[in-house]
Design a protein around this ligand. Structure first.
Ligand SMILES: [Fe+2]
Length: 336
């Protein structure tokens, strides 16, 4: 798919005022769909480079110029917008149309009812129904700048497909998202990585033996427990094998979501400064929900009880607190 809102495409005949150009020349590779810088501004397009460019075009490649350099390009080449069809007539991509629609729906939703996270979380805990929070996260993610990066478009795709009901994973996704925002992680790409990682972090559990799901972690035989502890690496391995394009930060968030700031986590006993902050957020939130279902000691408890236990540092039930002060403060601030 030759689609990128940052570029327009020209023919070699449009490079007539050379060999030095005050704009960068990029090439679009029709095999890997990537744009690559071919010639820096003011770097001469000598005979050899021009021949290679012609060869690339013959093989299906294209010459691309950054849209933000369009004025420089047109002036230098004594051309008008009408001479470059891809410059003037960029069609809006379907994903951009969708984004506008979702933005409209988001505004409508906001007008109909103000979303106040603290209030909604209390209500969710009291009714044991997180649908409203999950729906809000979905509606926000769908307004993300879809053409910015592949991680954002993947987060939008997954949010649209999966954040459709109140379930265990979606609760982790939604609360991770809000904890991240609470501690000032606001960048859309970071939040998108967190959404994708929190949806996919436990896919590795599909590869561990069934006995892992019987009984609590603290009572499990050491061998079963160590099998459970393989799930972050298995998740990462499966996702790498799947060919789905995930960022390094997303993969790091997945494999490190059981690392703890004090070095007590797994698989690599990393300490805080070496752990991806998004992994600590996901780790903290998924740990809270593990306690709501009694994964660690067999006792189910409410979300509010787990938060209270964290505040009181009641670690007897297998509760971990090693998420670093910033994230721990964010968690302790929930339901206040
Ligand atoms: Fe996990």
């Amino acid at each position: 798919m030759k689609y990128n809102k940052d570029y327009f495409y020209i023919q070699i005949k449009h490079l007539k005022e050379g060999p030095i150009y005050p704009f960068q020349i990029h090439v679009y590779n029709n095999v890997n769909h990537q744009h690559t810088l071919y010639l820096h501004a003011n770097g001469p397009l000598d005979k050899q480079k021009k021949q290679l460019l012609e060869y690339i075009i013959e093989r299906g490649g294209e010459i691309a110029i950054k849209r933000k350099q369009s004025k420089t390009f047109l002036q230098a080449q004594k051309l008008s917008e009408a001479d470059i069809p891809s410059l003037g007539q960029r069609k809006e991509h379907q994903l951009e149309k969708n984004q506008k629609m979702y933005q409209h729906l988001y505004e409508q939703r906001k007008e109909a009812k103000a979303f106040i996270f603290d209030h909604e979380l209390k209500s969710a805990v009291n009714t044991d129904d997180f649908s409203e929070i999950i729906e809000q996260v979905k509606s926000e993610v769908l307004t993300f700048e879809v053409t910015s990066s592949s991680t954002i478009s993947l987060a939008i795709f997954l949010a649209e497909a999966l954040l459709t009901e109140d379930n265990y994973t979606n609760r982790i996704v939604a609360i991770s998202y809000y904890v991240a925002k609470t501690i000032n992680i606001l960048d859309q790409e970071a939040l998108a990585d967190l959404i994708v990682a929190s949806l996919l972090a436990h896919i590795g559990l599909t590869q561990v033996e069934r006995s892992v799901f019987q009984g609590s972690l603290t009572e499990m035989p050491a061998q079963t427990n160590s099998s459970y502890k393989k799930h972050p690496a298995l998740s990462q391995h499966l996702l790498r094998k799947s060919g789905v394009k995930l960022t390094d930060r997303c993969l790091k968030t997945i494999i490190e979501h059981h690392e703890r700031a004090d070095g007590s986590g797994y698989p690599n006993n990393k300490v805080e400064e070496y752990i991806e902050p998004l992994a600590l957020v996901l780790g903290a939130v998924s740990h809270i929900f593990e306690h709501t279902i009694g994964l660690h000691d067999g006792n189910k408890r409410g979300f509010d009880t787990v938060i209270t236990n964290i505040r009181n540092q009641s670690v007897s039930s297998g509760l971990e607190l090693g998420f670093g002060d910033k994230i721990l403060n964010g968690i302790e601030g929930l339901l206040k």
